[in-house]
Ligand binder design. Structure first.
Ligand SMILES: [Zn+2]
Length: 356
C-alpha cells in the first residue's frame, strides 16, 4: 500500500489555526464524501462513519488545527502586532515568512527583527516577548494596513511541504495533519474491506488551544473505543533523549503505542496482537502522565470510553518545518483498519474492562 503524498500535501497546505480550521475540514469532507456522509458540528468537528449504527462503535481521531498567530493591533506606521494561538516558541518567529488570512484573501508578511549588527551582546540569543514582535506587510501606515487586514485575522507560518528521500516529508502543520491523514486513510482502507464494526473518522478542532473539539465530542455519545492519532517526539534527532520522553521512537519504526492511563490496557493488548499478526511495525511509548492530546478528553465520553493513543514519530514539533515519515502514517492507518476488523469479530460488552 503506497502513501498518498498528494493528499497529505493538500492537508498541510490548507490553513487551519485553532478556531479557523474549516479550510482543512473542507479537504477532509471532500476526500471522504465518496465513502461516507461527512457531518460537521457547531464547533467545526467533522465526522464520517462506515457502517453507521453497527456495533461496536470505533472512533479514530486526529486534530485538524495547527498552532498559529492572530492579529491584535496595528501601529501608526502600519506594523502588525499579534498574539499566539497554541504553543508557539517566540524564538522561532523573527525573520520568518508568515501569511495573514484576511477576509479579502491572503496577505503575505515577514516577522521583523533588529539587524544582528545592532543587537547588544547582553541581548543575544534571547527571544523578544510575543507582544514585542511585529509583522511587516509593506503597509505605509495604519490605514493602509487596515485596508488589507483586520484585528482577529489568523496568521500561519508560510505554507511549506517538501518530500525528502525515502518517504520522509517536511512541512508546517504535520502536527497533526499526519493524524488526520491516518484517520482518513484508515477509514478508506476499512471501507474497501469492511468488517462488522462501525468505524468513525473524527477530525477535531481547537486541540492546540483548549481541546474544545474533543470536549464537545466526548459529550456526543459513548463509542466503544476511541483511537487518538497525534504527533509524538521522534528520538532520532539531536537533543531529544529517549529517557526523557518515554522511550525510543524513530522515523520509519511504525506508530508508537502509548502505554499508560491514556490507553486502555485491554485495547493496548489488542493493538499489539493485531500489529504482530498483520506484520505492522509498532513502537511502545511509556506515557505516565498527560499526553497533551485529545485523548484525555475523548476517553471521558459517556461513562468512560476505552482509548488508545497512537503517536506518530515527528521531529521538530511545533516548528514551521516538522519532519515525518510516510510509511509510519500508512502503517498506522492499516493498523487502525485491522483493529477495527478484528474488533468486529471479538467485541462483546465489557471486553475493555481492565482485569488482573
Ligand atoms: Zn498535535
Amino acid at each position: 500500500m503506497t502513501a498518498d503524498v498528494g493528499f497529505l500535501r493538500d492537508l498541510v497546505l490548507a490553513p487551519g489555526p485553532s478556531g479557523f480550521e474549516q479550510p482543512v475540514q473542507q479537504v477532509v469532507r471532500e476526500r471522504v464524501a465518496s465513502r461516507a456522509d461527512p457531518e460537521t458540528d457547531v464547533l467545526g468537528n467533522v465526522t464520517a462513519t462506515i457502517n453507521p449504527g453497527a456495533t461496536p462503535q470505533i472512533v479514530v481521531a486526529g486534530h485538524a488545527d495547527q498552532i498559529g498567530l492572530q492579529v491584535t493591533w496595528v501601529d501608526d506606521q502600519g506594523f502588525v502586532y499579534f498574539d499566539k494561538i497554541g504553543s508557539v516558541d517566540p524564538l522561532l518567529l523573527p525573520g520568518r515568512a508568515v501569511v495573514i488570512h484576511a477576509s479579502r484573501g491572503v496577505v503575505e508578511g515577514v516577522v521583523g527583527k533588529r539587524p544582528t549588527h545592532l543587537i547588544a551582546d547582553a541581548d543575544r540569543g534571547k527571544a523578544a516577548d510575543i507582544s514585542e514582535q511585529w509583522i511587516d506587510i509593506g503597509a505605509t501606515d495604519r490605514a493602509a494596513a487596515l485596508a488589507r487586514i483586520a484585528c482577529g485575522d489568523p496568521v500561519t507560518f508560510g505554507p511549506h511541504f517538501v518530500e525528502f528521500a525515502g518517504g520522509i516529508v517536511a512541512g508546517c502543520a504535520l502536527d497533526d495533519r499526519c493524524g488526520v491523514y491516518v484517520a482518513v486513510r484508515a477509514l478508506e482502507i476499512y471501507a474497501d474491506a469492511p468488517g462488522s464494526a462501525a468505524l468513525t473518522l473524527l477530525s477535531t478542532v481547537q486541540e492546540e488551544s483548549r481541546y474544545m473539539g474533543a470536549h464537545v465530542q466526548a459529550r456526543r455519545g459513548q463509542p466503544d473505543c476511541m483511537i487518538v492519532v497525534d504527533a509524538d517526539f521522534a528520538t532520532d534527532q539531536p537533543e531529544v533523549e529517549p529517557r526523557r520522553v518515554g522511550g525510543t521512537l524513530v522515523l520509519g519504526g511504525g506508530p508508537g503505542l502509548a502505554r499508560g492511563g491514556c490507553s486502555n490496557p485491554r485495547l493496548f493488548a489488542l493493538f499489539e496482537e493485531v500489529a504482530a499478526s498483520a506484520g505492522i511495525p509498532v513502537q511502545i511509548k511509556a506515557t505516565p502522565g498527560d499526553t497533551q492530546t485529545d485523548s484525555e478528553y475523548l476517553q471521558t465520553a459517556g461513562a468512560g470510553t476505552a482509548a488508545l493513543n497512537l503517536g506518530l514519530p515527528m521531529r521538530y514539533m511545533h516548528s514551521p518545518h516538522e519532519v515525518a515519515q510516510l510509511d509510519d502514517l500508512e502503517a498506522a492507518a492499516r493498523l487502525v483498519a485491522a483493529v477495527a476488523r478484528r474488533l468486529g469479530e471479538v467485541f462483546e460488552p465489557g471486553v475493555f474492562i481492565p482485569r488482573a
